[in-house]
Design a protein around this ligand. Structure first.
Ligand code: TEU
Ligand code: CA
Length: 447
């Protein structure tokens, strides 16, 4: 409980060889910084070979490293170096679909979902059109929930399950301490392919897959962590805790940073999660506008309030790279857009500025326009957001196992008890008070 998980988007984290693409050696070079910050685990977005139609979320080999990011040796070194600093390394598993360039798509067509005609009304998340693509060679349609270059695997096929059981062991044997599971709610589809999105995702049989994976994880000590990208409503979230250690709470993430919206969501989350489950809070990732923009509109005081909340609620927390310096979305001109989604997700994927000059990034793959908020300046400034975040991370360790209790306060002030600590968060732009304690606009205090 109380872990601080740091999401690295490796292409934009740190570049070790000046080719404009962040890489695993770059991540390793920043481990001292992440240890200084108080990070317990790094979750890296996909590191596997990929044609990059969806920037690594289209995997062509689950047992290797993308050459642009480094080598297997680099990954082994990163894991070992992180270990010496008590930091775990989690990878991002993409089991819903492969790349159409994965060997399986040619050699093992039975691993995928086929139909002689378009069997239902399912739509692709990326194209908005039918999720069924005609394969002229095979004269059959295949399913793709995402891009046509991302054919969905058939999780009813026991051989697919066997492949992934081996893939899990392969990485756990190498010291990988966890996985974030992409589209965890969508792996298995209705066996009759019935109409309706409820037959494409959130099928109850998905929990059997995770039961098997959890059994594999239990073969290892310490047991690796399984964290699902569970893009479901809060009401539908509890069952995912049967077999996953962590299930991402998108109702929290997708809410606005408003007292009236967030407090009920937090209270509902804590009331509905099964006993013993670890809640998990985050506001940014590689798919959604960064919290400093989306929740704080660029206002650094407001960003600190958001960070304070994420870091003082019970359970684990995820910071997406850059959150710790209140990094805003990047500006990406139309002719630099690289993402296939609409709207494109490039703004939240721009490089992390380590210095004000930005010279550590030479012709980066996505533009680095604004270095006003950068790591170097903020490390040197005791009053920076970075030092604020580090301080809250250190403080949270003192009450990480304590439960949460909402306290009465005035409108806009979120007051809660964590053990013998009281957290006060002014979620307004005005000065506020709580039992004689004055709170500046957006100020968070641990008493
Ligand atoms: O995301 C799943 C998902 O539902 C989101 O793609 C969301 O719908 C999308 O970002 C809206 O633009 C995961 C990954 O996080 C995402 O990066 C991948 O593109 C997607 O799966 C496919 O693998
Ligand atoms: Ca590089």
């Amino acid at each position: 409980m109380g872990r601080l998980i740091y999401q690295v988007y490796p292409r934009s984290f740190a570049d070790s060889n000046g080719d404009g693409i962040g890489d695993l050696r770059g991540v390793a070079s920043k481990l001292d910084h992440l240890a200084w910050l108080g990070v317990d685990a790094i979750w890296s977005s996909p590191t596997f070979p990929s044609p990059n139609v969806d920037w690594g979320y289209d995997v062509s080999d689950y047992r290797d490293v993308h050459p642009e990011l480094g080598t297997l040796d680099d990954l082994d070194t990163l894991i070992a170096e992180a270990r010496t600093r008590d930091i775990d390394v989690w990878l991002d598993l993409v089991p819903n679909h492969t790349s159409d360039k994965h060997d399986w798509f040619d050699d093992r067509p039975e691993y995928y979902v086929w139909s002689t005609e378009i069997p239902n009304d399912w739509k692709s998340i990326f194209t908005g059109d039918s999720a069924w693509e005609y394969d002229a060679q095979r004269k059959l349609y295949y399913l793709h929930q995402f891009a046509p270059e991302q054919p969905d695997l058939d999780w009813w096929n026991v051989d697919v399950r066997g492949e992934f059981a081996q893939i899990l062991r392969y990485w756990f044997d190498r010291g990988v301490a966890g996985f974030r599971i992409d589209v965890a709610h969508g792996l298995i589809k209705d066996s009759e392919l019935r109409d309706g999105v409820r037959y494409m995702r959130e099928r109850p049989e998905v929990h059997d897959i995770f039961r098997e994976w959890q059994a594999i994880a239990h073969e290892y000590d310490p047991k690796p962590t399984l964290m699902g990208e569970t893009y479901v409503t809060l009401a539908n979230l509890p069952p995912y805790f049967q077999n996953l250690d962590l299930a991402q709470n998108f109702e929290f993430t997708n809410a606005e940073f408003e007292f009236d919206q967030l407090r009920p969501i937090v209270e509902k989350t804590l009331a509905t999660l099964p006993a013993g489950a670890t809640p998990l809070w985050f506001a940014s990732n590689h798919d959604v506008s960064r919290l400093a923009t989306r929740w704080a509109y660029g206002d650094e005081a407001r960003a600190r309030a958001a960070l304070f909340l994420i870091l003082t609620l019970p359970g684990d927390a995820i910071l997406f790279q850059g959150d710790e310096i209140a990094l805003e979305d990047g500006e990406v001109p139309d002719d630099c857009i690289t993402d296939l989604a609409d709207p494109p997700r490039d703004p939240e994927r721009t490089p992390l500025p380590w210095t004000r000059s930005g010279k550590e990034w030479v012709e980066p793959w996505l533009p680095l326009e604004n270095t006003k908020r950068n790591v170097e300046d903020q490390r040197a400034d005791p009053d920076s957001t970075l030092n604020f975040v580090r301080d809250v991370i250190a403080q949270r360790k003192q009450f990480s196992d304590e439960s949460y209790e909402t306290l009465e306060s005035v409108t806009g002030v979120w007051a809660y008890r964590r053990g013998d600590k009281t957290c006060l968060l002014n979620m307004t732009g005005d000065i506020a008070g709580h039992e004689g304690q004055t709170l500046q606009p957006w100020q968070g205090l641990i008493l």
